[in-house]
Design a binder for this molecule. Structure first.
Ligand SMILES: *Cc1c(COP(=O)(O)O)cnc(C)c1O
Length: 454
């Protein structure tokens, strides 16, 4: 197979190596980097994952994408260091499972991507003796995962923007109690405002003297690691290559889903992805109507990390299915909609359905879900209501739980009347001092702040 290179979804920038795509984050033409080919594994290779550990699977998959930019030994060391926690698969009934991606240091699935990307970046920066300033917008969980993944590294500084009123106390404390090389800006606005500020700074010539990079879900170094746990779930539960799986993915910016789609294109036997969104239903509407319209502003839901009115990874999904979408959501070439519909089934779940799901899952199965995972659980069941012929007790299904229920104590207490146990990683937050800088959502204010950082 030829060496994989990374092209921009806007098709106006040159192809680059993995290392270059990782360091740049966004392509110069404002597109997102994508591998120019997806490596396909043989059924034997995929079946052999059943006997392997998570870091072993991660090493095999990542090696295909980094080519010789990293040696096998170095990569082996990095994945073992990044993935040192459990990934439980909880059987609920028949062959339906919940995969808990919440056992990392910030109790969010974003640890999977952030920890790997942090280690990859530090590896390359050290080789070149370079510095980097990471700008990242978060609707809650990205920020703390990025902050924790980069905290204490000498050659990397991180500036995180979050919508002041849209994150929980605990999510905020996970970012603001670190300090050192981590600066947190509390923006008077929405997540989309934060994302727009970051995007504009990247495109601003006046700031080109800064060694800016992004750590958002748009970075290719975050995307590829998010395909690994799909292989993991299947390898732990499936009988053989004919045992096709249905995943339900709680989706906001669609990076998690994009990881799954990549796994499927690599040969993983996936029957369907249920794309579970909250009331931000621009993608379900696109599938139903054929025309795509970003939601401005995005809608506030209790699954707050999914309050996204235009998922940036849509451009990648469209690209992988033969179309072209720019960063604003304009489609200049439609993707193959029939093939998209064969692979993906999008559905929108309201807040009241989310709360009802948390209640029912707990009462019926003693299954403890938080709002994001509950959207996915509800999405799977909506899928089977729409396709009753596809349900048998032998159908393998996994819904993804992306945060720890203890991150949403008020909501859980209100619905179930219980307090979820705190994971060790979150148990001392209240004793620590918070550091953050309040800021408006005007670009001039953000720019002035960055200019003063020289
Ligand atoms: C970020 C996040 C999501 C959404 O993931 P995307 O990759 O943006 O679709 C879902 N749940 C939680 C808890 C998150 O933090």
């Amino acid at each position: 197979m030829a060496r994989i290179q990374y092209y921009s979804t806007n098709l106006k920038s040159e192809k680059v190596s993995f290392r270059e795509a990782l360091i740049r984050g966004q392509a110069p033409d404002r597109g997102l980097y994508m591998p120019d080919q997806i490596p396909v594994l043989t059924p034997d290779q995929i079946e052999s994952f059943a006997g392997k550990s998570y870091p072993e699977i991660a090493e095999i998959i990542l090696k295909l994408y980094v080519n010789d930019d990293i040696s096998q030994d170095d990569l082996s060391r990095l994945v073992r260091d990044a993935y040192n926690f459990e990934i439980p698969l909880e059987n609920v009934y028949d062959r339906i499972h919940v995969m808990r991606l919440d056992r990392g240091p910030t109790a969010s699935f974003k640890d999977f991507a952030a920890r790997m990307m942090g280690r990859l970046m530090q590896y390359f920066l050290k080789l070149e003796n370079r510095r980097m300033l990471i700008l990242t917008a978060t609707s809650g969980d990205t920020g703390s995962a990025i902050a924790n993944a980069f905290y204490g590294l000498d050659n990397i500084e991180v500036v995180i923007l979050f919508p002041e009123k849209e994150v929980t106390d605990r999510q905020r404390k996970q970012m603001t109690t670190l300090n050192q090389n981590i600066t947190v800006l509390a923006i008077d606005g929405k997540f989309d405002d934060c994302q727009a500020l970051v995007k504009r700074a990247f495109a601003d010539e006046d700031l080109s003297f800064l060694p800016l990079s992004s750590a958002n879900s748009i970075n290719i170094g975050r995307l590829i690691p998010q395909s690994i746990y799909y292989f993991w779930a299947w390898s732990q539960l499936a009988n053989n290559i004919d045992d096709k799986i249905i995943f339900s993915v709680p989706s906001g910016n669609f990076g998690n889903l994009m990881g799954g789609i990549i796994a499927r294109h690599m040969g993983l036997p996936v029957e369907r992805f249920v794309v579970s969104t909250n009331e931000n239903d621009e993608v379900p509407v696109y599938f139903a109507k054929g025309s795509y319209q970003p939601l401005i502003p995005s809608r506030n839901c209790i699954s707050s990390a999914m309050n996204v009115g235009h998922p940036s990874n849509m451009a990648r999904i469209v690209a992988l299915y033969g179309g072209i979408m720019d960063e604003k959501g304009n489609i200049s070439k439609q993707p193959d909609i029939d093939r998209l519909k064969k692979d993906l089934w999008p559905v929108s779940i309201t807040d009241s359905q989310t709360r009802e799901t948390i209640k029912n899952a707990y009462e019926k199965y003693r299954l403890l879900l938080e709002p994001h995972g509950a959207v996915a659980w509800a999405g799977l069941h909506r899928f089977f209501e729409a396709h009753p012929e596809l349900y048998t007790p032998f159908q393998l299904c996994v819904t993804l739980e992306t945060a720890h229920p203890a991150k949403f104590p008020q909501e859980i207490e209100h619905i179930l009347g219980i307090q979820p146990d705190l994971p060790e990683s979150m148990s001392h937050l209240d004793e620590k001092i918070e550091h953050m800088i309040p800021m408006s959502n005007r670009y001039e204010d953000f720019k002035n702040y960055l200019l003063k950082r020289k």
